[in-house]
Design a protein around this ligand. Structure first.
Ligand SMILES: [Zn+2]
Length: 315
């Protein structure tokens, strides 16, 4: 039998899954992310551990897929730039191949998670999907008929930096009004903190002594208690998120847009108003096929499944 390792590199931990060629996840392992100069050694050591745990021989390892945060060039196997892991032109595939000579494929972590969701998660039933992760920023992966749309040198699919408000808030990329400055999890909490300062009677104060202590859980607890300030912040958030998603729906007309990241698991309070706004604003409205809005089912495993899929399913 042939075996594969899917690797999801994150800023705090690296998750790895051992798969066989029947798409079965046999074993998983994870370790804390150290600085980038250790990452190849750490991956190699943990691949050995995975194979030893199942009494398998490394000779039967037929492919390694890697999802890595930042700008990743799959054609050269290079991490061009990663903010999270402070890497620049890091030739990770070449270095890993010096230890294990097998097929190795790397891409941006959001592209890889999208591929995982496409083959093994919520996207299984669809031909074309756009995957959107709502986290510190907004990541995106676009899968068209089984192909990952990575763009030139892998720098594409940066949907978080689509402007939705001209001359809007300053983004870390240098432009103003980017989607992620309005619709990331970070943006939601930042806006809630500002609203808290302006509204001393808000229930948000029950969940945080100081605005900077307010977290997502506190915000959603206040929202569940129908706090007026939290409700206004959330309604604005949904409006901004729906604007960006409608742009994506109009450009790609995918079968579905799949959301990932903590906020997407809020259920109907998020998904219903979002789907309604999307249906209302989308070009052609009722006359065109609906774009389904769905929540990731693989959640934190989308990365390892997608990394595995890069070895065996990618067109
Ligand atoms: Zn930006």
């Amino acid at each position: 039998m042939k075996y594969y390792v899917g690797i999801d590199v994150g800023g705090t931990s690296v998750k790895m899954g051992l798969f066989n060629d029947k798409d079965e996840l046999l074993e998983r392992i994870s370790f804390n992310t150290r600085t980038v100069e250790y990452i190849v050694d750490d991956i190699y050591e943990n691949i050995n551990k995975l194979f030893a745990s199942k009494n398998l021989l490394l000779d039967d390892l037929k492919g390694i897929g890697i999802g890595f945060p930042g700008h990743v060039d799959g054609s050269t196997g290079t991490v061009v730039y990663s903010n999270n892991l402070v890497a620049h032109n890091f030739e990770i595939v070449k270095l890993l191949k010096q230890k294990i000579d097998t097929f190795i494929r790397i891409s941006n972590d959001a592209n890889v998670a999208a591929l995982g969701e496409y083959h093994f998660g919520r996207g299984k039933e669809f031909k074309n999907i756009v995957f959107v992760t709502l986290g510190t920023g907004i990541g995106g992966g676009i899968i068209i008929d089984g192909h990952m749309l990575e763009g030139k040198n892998g720098a594409g699919a940066e949907i978080g930096h689509m402007v939705i408000s001209t001359n809007g808030q300053l983004c870390s990329c240098g432009r103003r009004g980017c989607f992620e400055t309005y619709a990331s999890a970070t943006a939601l909490i930042r806006n809630a903190r500002v609203a808290m300062i302006n509204n001393p009677t808000s229930l948000l104060w029950k969940y945080a002594k100081k605005p900077e202590d307010l977290d997502g859980m506190g915000f959603f607890d206040a929202l569940a208690e129908n706090d007026k300030v939290a409700t206004i912040v959330f309604e604005q958030y949904i409006e901004d998120l729906a604007d960006g998603l409608t742009n994506l729906a109009n450009i790609f007309r995918p079968d579905a847009i799949i959301l990932g990241g903590g906020i997407s698991y809020r259920g109907d309070s998020l998904m219903e108003p979002l789907q309604n706004r999307l249906a209302k604003m989308i070009y052609g409205g009722q006359w065109n096929a609906r774009v389904e809005l769905m929540v990731s089912t693989l959640k934190n495993d989308a990365g390892i499944y997608g990394a595995y899929a890069m070895c065996t399913k990618l067109k």
